[in-house]
Design a protein around this ligand. Structure first.
Ligand SMILES: *Cc1c(COP(=O)(O)O)cnc(C)c1O
Length: 365
């Protein structure tokens, strides 16, 4: 690797890409996470040698030895980000350096090697470039990017692996939640925790999702869209959804979000919303908020709105909260004014429709 942390990425274009007409058809209604582009990034890491063999090549299956360490001990981390086609036709990423840094933080927590920020950015940008024909045609569409890394060493001993594979795949994406959904219903998980103090809650690792799926399945049987997790120690403090952070809009101009104590994933959307909300004159407060308070404030009208946020679904109103001890509705049960305003402010910046005062939008081509 060169001194400046860059790595030459060898490009071997796909010799049999999806034919134009088929791709266009696919892009009319891409859904989320179903379709994949023609290429992928692969970079290997070997202890003692560092990062090497960086490539972009045709997307394909990867051979895996059954003793690959990730299959047994789950050393795996990932990122989720979107490339947008802006109103003026250029293509851009939103705060990609934040994803690169969070990927490094996740790697540290999982005893994995850190990918240099420059290599992360270069890999993602090159993939968007080579798969630039894969943006969905409909408005609101984007190219969802999934960088990830896992322990590829063939070894069953329990210790951090000595070999890893970093990859990036891309998936054209429409809206995350089913069309027409204006507010989601969420299920309060009282039997399962997502993350405990000292655990991996702040790392973006597959294991956190694995631990959340039984609660998500329970949510579905309760006719809910998503699950909300409480803190593991007291089952009292509201933390976050399986893959989105939460905000509470109060009637006195306060916007509350749970603090980052190590059990919550530090969302880039969360941080961006906090900045935009302060600009709107709101008093943004990172403070613990209990499930009892939530119910009480919804009933008294002190709580006006609740919304969830993350890259995939951007900003989504929470209409109803359901639990073993009954339901409660927030505000009118649909998207409130502030949720809508903050969503629009963020989306307008991401799409190049509003001035980018913070330098969040990284234009590619
Ligand atoms: C990725 C993720 C989020 C949202 O993070 P963004 O950077 O806003 O996309 C929130 N919670 C969890 C558990 C996540 O994995």
């Amino acid at each position: 690797m060169a001194d400046d942390d860059s790595l030459e990425i060898l490009v071997e274009p796909n010799s049999a890409p999806v034919p134009d007409a088929d791709r266009r058809k696919m892009l009319e209604n891409p859904g989320f996470g179903n379709l994949f582009t023609d290429h992928m990034v692969l970079i290997r890491y070997t202890e003692g040698k560092g990062w090497h063999d960086a490539k972009i090549e045709a997307r394909r299956s990867i051979p895996m030895d059954p003793a690959s360490s990730v299959l047994h001990y789950a050393q795996e981390i990932f990122e989720g980000m979107k490339a947008y086609r802006l109103a003026d036709g250029t293509t851009a990423l939103f705060r990609p350096e934040q994803n690169a840094r969070r990927f490094q933080a996740s790697a540290r927590r999982m005893a994995m090697p850190e990918l240099p920020e420059a290599v992360f950015l270069q890999s993602v940008e090159k993939l968007v470039d080579i798969d630039r024909e894969w943006f969905p045609s409909a408005e609101g569409g984007s190219l969802y990017l999934r960088p990830f890394m896992f322990a590829s060493e063939v070894f069953l001993g329990v210790r951090p692996a000595k070999e890893y594979l970093y990859m990036v795949i891309a998936s054209p994406a429409g809206a995350y939640f089913k069309a027409g959904a204006s507010a989601i219903t969420i299920w309060v998980s009282q039997d399962y925790s997502r993350a405990a103090p000292g655990g991996t809650g702040a790392a973006k690792c597959g294991g956190n999702y694995a631990a959340s799926l039984v609660a998500q399945a329970e949510a579905i049987t309760q006719d809910c869209d998503q699950v909300v997790f409480l803190d593991a120690a007291e089952q009292r403090w509201v933390e976050e959804l399986g893959g989105m952070n939460l905000f509470f809009v109060m009637d006195d101009g306060r916007l509350i979000t749970p603090p980052l104590t190590g059990t919550i994933l530090p969302g880039i959307t969360r941080e961006s919303i906090m900045i935009l909300a302060r600009e709107e004159g709101l008093n943004v407060s990172e403070e613990p908020y209990s499930i009892d308070q939530w119910r009480e404030d919804a009933a008294s009208g002190k709580l006006l709105e609740t919304f969830a946020c993350g890259t995939a679904a951007v900003v989504t109103a929470v209409g109803t909260v359901r639990s073993g001890s009954g339901d409660f509705t927030i505000g009118v049960g649909g998207p409130g004014q502030l949720t809508e305003k903050l969503r629009m402010r963020l989306v307008d910046i991401q799409r190049g429709l509003a001035e980018d005062q913070h330098g969040w939008v990284k234009r590619l081509f």
